[in-house]
Ligand binder design. Structure first.
Ligand SMILES: Cc1cc2nc3c(=O)[nH]c(=O)nc-3n(C[C@H](O)[C@H](O)[C@H](O)COP(=O)(O)OP(=O)(O)OC[C@H]3O[C@@H](n4cnc5c(N)ncnc54)[C@H](O)[C@@H]3O)c2cc1C
Length: 245
């Protein structure tokens, strides 16, 4: 059992995502399909950029991105899987025993103390002890349930915390990925899913710059924050942060 940090890999994309989007979009207006399937990468990129600006977003759905994510908490993936237009495969807490689960420690606990019975304890240490205690309880309960794999794991897991590490594959088409990023890069979004979204954006920008170089939190596309009183008030900072020079 140990604390972990997120790892995000872009496992697969549609080969030549920009060419694929350009070919699909051009088909809509093509009297002749000659050369349609052989898109030049640089001009496809420019075309896709234009398409995006014009608000013609459905051809963008033809490009797909599969990420492998590990070192994240169940609290994070519970939020991730709310995005319904994506596909997921997550490591099971039934098929896989979690007697020595790894966990995510919220960085904000660093430097804090927990007061208990007149004694101060370092909050990170207290958190680790709680994880160890839950791991021990899980193992004891699993034993009480006969340590029979799937059938005992599925009940013992009820004591596992939200901090429990998990691994997940997620596939999104580019349009859904933009929507996800716009929501989860927002400063109001929770820190862990935001940090994963940052990593996904960096990878998507490398794979498909003509689309993702222009993506950031939703305020970027709105030209300001649509959240009213809930705004973080940092629109200019966000524009600066997410601009590609
Ligand atoms: C800062 C923040 C705070 C949040 N707080 C909470 C919270 O307190 N409680 C909570 O429950 N959730 C919360 N959420 C989650 C949020 O409500 C959404 O469930 C989640 O962000 C997925 O968004 P979505 O439905 O737009 O996206 P997706 O599921 O990815 O769908 C993409 C788009 O497809 C369309 N679509 C998808 N499914 C349907 C459908 N069935 N019918 C019609 N159109 C559809 C919609 O246009 C949707 O925007 C929060 C999210 C954020 C970013």
């Amino acid at each position: 059992m140990k604390p972990v940090r997120p790892v995000v890999k872009l496992y697969r994309t549609t080969p030549d995502p920009e060419g694929t989007i350009a070919a699909a979009a051009k088909l809509c207006y093509a009297e002749s399909v000659e050369g349609l399937l052989e898109q030049d990468r640089a001009s496809a990129g420019k075309f896709v950029r234009k398409l995006f600006e014009l608000g013609h977003h459905s051809p963008i759905e033809h490009a797909s991105f599969t990420f492998y994510i590990e070192g994240v908490s169940r609290a994070m993936t519970h939020q991730l899987v709310r995005h319904r237009l994506a596909s997921y495969s997550q490591r099971s807490q039934r098929y896989v025993g979690h007697g020595d689960f790894d966990y995510v420690i919220p960085p904000r606990l660093e430097g804090k103390t927990v007061e208990m019975e007149g004694k101060s304890t370092d909050a990170v240490e207290y958190f680790r002890e709680t994880m160890e205690m839950l791991g021990e309880r899980y193992r004891r309960l699993n034993r009480a349930l006969g340590e029979a794999g799937e059938s005992s794991n599925e009940d013992a897991r009820y004591v596992l915390p939200n901090a429990c590490e998990t691994k997940i594959f997620v596939t999104m088409n580019a349009r859904e990925l933009i929507h996800f990023l716009e929501q989860r890069l927002c400063a109001r979004s929770q820190w862990e899913i935001r940090s994963v979204a940052e990593m996904m954006l960096a990878l998507a920008r490398k794979a498909c710059p003509s689309v993702f170089n222009y993506v950031g939190p939703k305020c970027i596309r709105h030209g300001g924050c649509p959240e009213g009183k809930m705004t973080c008030g940092r629109y200019k900072e966000m524009v600066e942060k997410y601009s590609v020079r």
